[in-house]
Write a protein that binds this ligand. Structure first.
Ligand SMILES: *Cc1c(COP(=O)(O)O)cnc(C)c1O
Length: 419
């Protein structure tokens, strides 16, 4: 189901014309659909039926507080990877008792903040981190509820930069070390063993990597139980892929069924948490950009647009594909094949190679599937202002983040004192 569709030749977000949005807000800008976010979240949530579960939306996919608030109102939990993300969740009205805290390098200050706010689980990634959590919790006179993020060494068959569960990855505790780590955790006075977590990668388009890693996790759960260590929650991570370019990932129901079948096969009925990011946010937003110039070289045509890799990094970072559509379908120019490139002084600043488009200068383009890992990865390289973000809610377009201003660029910088 798409919330971004043509109507009389014009691309819309829900019922709102994207050219109107560009006229009032300017470009580049991100446009999200509240209905799309809610639809994705609800589809996943209802796929569990009455099986006990928590959906912990991965904040790093899209961390605008208006988006977090929309999801919190549905009852969502959250997966955070920094104090900054946890502070966003709290600012958005999220419930810390539904928050899991992931990440390989949690600092003392971050752990203090998370433990004192009562997060459901600190997902620990090394034995050194376990000792640090114990020290911090003891100093706060508190008990830290933890899981180990284990590394099942399963190939998610996705881009290497978004594979996290193989033995060469920096993430997680290797399976062989996990058992001893749990035994150590069970001895520590300020640690409460709560769960087991795993997250093997992102943009996964089949169910088998999820089933394979679940199988390994459940075997560990039984082994721990035989030693008197009771796991109370399975945190099965995120990673469900979406359609960027005709991929056919499992449906929410197929994905959830794979998990429910896995637990049933092991005779385990523990509550499940999942940490979807891209599935909820990816196709819930687009980035609008305007063509500044058309340029022809001997071998290439370029559509040079006003958004670049600083605004949307995925194509440059992962060779990721985003469909690029004209906002107005009814063009009177002929189609040609273009590289759609940005203003940034880097050859990698390409939003899309070899796109057949009927475009001329001043036309608007929509970079599709830009709801996840898009604005949240944006930066200021080349001293560019980060774009505005707009959330469509029924008949209204709300600005949920102002376009940055030039004063924002130098905030916190200062000159050396005069002689
Ligand atoms: C990034 C991340 C996720 C979300 O991954 P998606 O592919 O966007 O669903 C979930 N859990 C952890 C620990 C992550 O790092």
């Amino acid at each position: 189901m798409s919330f971004f569709k043509y109507h009389n030749g014009e691309l819309r977000a829900e019922n709102i014309s994207l050219s109107k949005v560009a006229e009032t807000i300017g470009t580049p800008c991100y446009v999200y659909s509240r209905a799309a976010f809610e639809h994705q979240w609800t589809t996943l949530d209802s796929a569990f039926g009455d099986y006990p579960h928590t959906i912990c939306y991965a904040v790093k996919a899209n961390s605008n507080i208006a988006i977090l608030n929309v999801l919190a109102r549905l009852g969502s939990g959250f997966d955070v990877v920094s104090e900054g993300e946890l502070r966003r969740v709290l600012a958005a009205g999220g419930d810390p008792s539904k928050v899991v805290f992931s990440g390989v390098a949690k600092s003392v200050a971050e752990l203090e903040f998370a433990i004192s706010n009562g997060v459901r689980s600190i997902n620990i990634e090394s034995t050194a981190e376990l000792e640090r959590v114990q020290t911090v919790a003891a100093a706060l006179n508190a008990t830290a509820s933890i899981a180990f993020r284990v590394n099942p060494d399963v190939d998610p068959e996705t881009h290497p930069y978004i594979s996290t569960g193989m033995d060469k990855a920096k993430f997680g505790v290797p399976m062989e070390a996990a058992f001893a780590a749990y035994q150590r955790a069970a001895e520590l006075p300020n640690i409460e063993v709560h769960g087991i977590a795993c997250h093997i990668g992102s943009q996964i388009t089949k169910t088998s990597p999820f089933s394979d890693s679940l199988d390994i996790v459940l075997t560990m759960v039984k082994r721990l139980a035989s030693q008197g260590i009771q796991i109370k929650q399975l945190d099965l991570g995120g990673g469900l892929g979406i359609d960027y370019q005709g991929e056919t990932p499992p449906t929410a129901q197929e994905y959830v069924n794979a998990m429910l079948d896995g637990v049933a096969a092991h005779g385990i009925d523990l509550p499940i948490a999942i940490e979807p990011g891209r599935y909820i946010a990816g196709n819930s937003g687009v980035m609008l950009t305007r063509v500044e110039y058309i340029k022809h070289n001997e071998s290439k045509n370029f559509a040079i647009v006003d958004a670049g890799m600083n605004d949307l990094l995925r194509p440059s970072l992962y060779q990721a594909f985003h469909a690029i559509l004209p906002v107005n379908e009814n063009s009177n120019v002929e189609k040609s094949v273009f590289d759609v490139v940005g203003p940034v002084c880097e050859s990698a600043d390409v939003l899309g190679y070899d796109r057949e488009l009927a475009v001329q200068a001043d036309d608007l383009l929509a970079v599709m599937s830009a709801g996840a890992y898009s604005f949240s990865m944006a930066g200021n390289y080349n001293s560019r202002l980060r774009p505005a973000e707009v959330l469509i809610d029924g008949e209204t377009a709300h600005i949920i983040r102002q376009r940055e201003e030039f004063d924002d660029l130098t905030r916190g910088e200062s000159l050396l004192p005069e002689q």
